[in-house]
Design a protein around this ligand. Structure first.
Ligand SMILES: C[S@@+](CC[C@H](N)C(=O)[O-])C[C@H]1O[C@@H](n2cnc3c(N)ncnc32)[C@H](O)[C@@H]1O
Length: 468
């Protein structure tokens, strides 16, 4: 056992906890989410998570450690059960006593899940700090489970189950997406990687998704989501993207490109923008900006519901409009005046050839003063060195790397980026990228990078490029 490293990690935990304590006392609240969503908490909390996880890997026996990881699918599955059977909402609405708790039998009377099985699902989650087992077989929401509350009443959920995620924070929808479609696809990744043809293919039609569902061998996942029979999945996907957004500080999109520098009347086009939730803070904080949300027609059709719930004035004033369009087709002529093309979490959905196609369509339509803002994970190597054979790999921001003895890429504290990289592999045969990989794609479409905002504090990094 490497006691020296264990000590160094526990020292780091102590100093980061001291910082968190100081910050918490300045907030004058003990509420969990009030603290953890604030920007200044990000660095010390990342340090605690990275150090504590590294510590666990050092002190656990290797066999136990491997078994903990290889059985993690039971956690995803259990989360899917509670989201799809409304356990969080049942506890919030029907729970009794100071903790608003119910026995598994009482919960089962509302959602019709066998209570003996439900108790086991809830117990594994409570064992991992999601829900509290208040007394044997009696459960309550806690600070983590309550984040999956869609705010709907049981009457609403029963009457209109397809609207479960509408106007919610999107977290339950995101849990649903990860634990259902994404999980399903990932089960086939080993088969794809061992297949002599598929392993070397970078076609979007050769993702694990192609093997995961009946009839998906020749259709890309987004086209499948747009099929009428998958309407409920498409709706959930849209809200899941909003959930991804609500995980970050609410002004994350504002930390990077200087949106307020845009002239009055400037148009921002949120390309592949889903319902446009990411651009909400831009519209709220920059009254001089008008927004076009561009996505496939079935997706943008959901946009007005989101804006009606979150910023009805912008909708009424016509500051936000929607454009049903595939970014693989030439951009409509009316987009010639767009000042900023925002592509958030788009590049990571597509293999290189398709990314270049999207960028070339934007380039053909954009004027010489336009900017393109790419918001996506920027990948770091787990090794301390970030260079390949002497080549700089683009860690332009030294603050992006974690301090020693942590893994340089922030280890488990940053695991969602690496899970997303593999989610992109299994969903779309795509990937997350390093800065030089982005630079290469952009230069193929005649753009060059002018700004990289990579620091972990901004959560999702931004790359700003201009036409050449
Ligand atoms: C990962 S989501 C990102 C959504 C949004 N930009 C965000 O950051 O929340 C990818 C989006 O690309 C859209 N998309 C997929 N294929 C498209 C196409 N051919 N044309 C336009 N949008 C597309 C999807 O509908 C989806 O909304």
């Amino acid at each position: 056992m490497d006691v020296k490293q264990i000590e160094a990690l526990s020292d780091l935990i102590s100093s980061s906890v001291a910082q968190l304590k100081q910050l918490q006392s300045s907030l004058k609240t003990t509420e969990h989410t009030a603290a953890t969503t604030r920007a200044e908490f990000l660095k010390p909390s990342l340090e605690v998570v990275a150090a504590a996880s590294q510590l666990v890997a050092l002190v656990r026996t290797p066999e136990r450690y491997l078994m903990d990881i290889s059985t993690a699918h039971q956690l995803s599955t259990s989360l899917r059960v509670v989201v799809e059977t409304h356990v969080v909402e049942i506890l919030r609405e029907k729970g009794q006593g100071p903790k608003k708790s119910l026995s598994a039998k009482e919960i089962g009377a509302y959602n019709h899940v066998n209570h003996l099985k439900l108790a086991r699902v809830l117990r594994i989650l409570a064992t991992h700090h999601i829900f509290e087992e208040v007394s044997p077989n009696v459960f309550a929401n806690n600070a983590i489970s309550i984040v999956m509350d869609t705010g709907k009443s049981l009457t609403e959920l029963e009457a209109r189950p397809a609207e479960k995620y509408d106007s919610s924070n999107g977290i339950a929808a995101l849990v649903g997406l990860f634990s259902d479609e994404t999980f399903h696809n990932a089960v086939c990744t080993a088969d794809v990687l061992k297949d002599p043809q598929m392993t070397n293919s970078f076609s979007p039609y050769d993702a694990s998704f192609a093997l995961a569902w009946p009839g998906t061998r020749n259709i890309a996942m987004y086209d499948w989501l747009n099929l009428p029979e998958n309407n409920h999945r498409k709706k959930r996907f849209g809200m899941a993207m909003h959930g991804m957004n609500s995980m970050t500080p609410s002004d994350a999109i504002l930390r990077g490109f200087n949106w307020s520098s845009l002239a009055p009347g400037s148009i921002v086009l949120d390309c592949g923008g889903g319902v446009g939730s990411v651009s909400l803070p831009i519209v709220q904080s920059c009254p001089q900006i008008n927004l076009i949300v561009q996505d496939t027609s079935p997706v943008v059709a959901e946009g007005p519901i989101f804006w009606q719930a979150n910023h009805p004035q912008a909708l009424a004033q016509g500051r936000v409009t929607f454009q049903g369009h595939s970014f693989f087709e030439s951009q409509p002529a009316e987009n010639k005046n767009v000042a900023v093309w925002l592509l958030r979490m788009i590049m990571h959905n597509w293999p290189d050839a398709e990314c270049v196609k999207i960028l070339k369509n934007v380039r053909a339509s954009c004027n010489k003063d336009a900017r393109i803002v790419i918001v996506d994970n920027i990948m770091l190597f787990a090794s301390r060195s970030q260079e390949i054979e002497g080549e700089e790999t683009g860690t332009s921001d030294p603050d992006a790397l974690a301090p020693e003895p942590l893994l340089a890429n922030w280890g488990v504290a940053n695991s969602l980026s690496y899970k997303q990289d593999l989610n992109m592999l299994s969903n779309h045969n795509a990937c997350e990228r390093t800065v030089p990989e982005f630079a290469d794609l952009l230069s193929q479409a005649n753009f060059r990078i002018v700004e990289v905002h990579q620091a972990h504090q901004s959560w999702l990094p931004q790359i700003v490029a201009v036409p050449v």
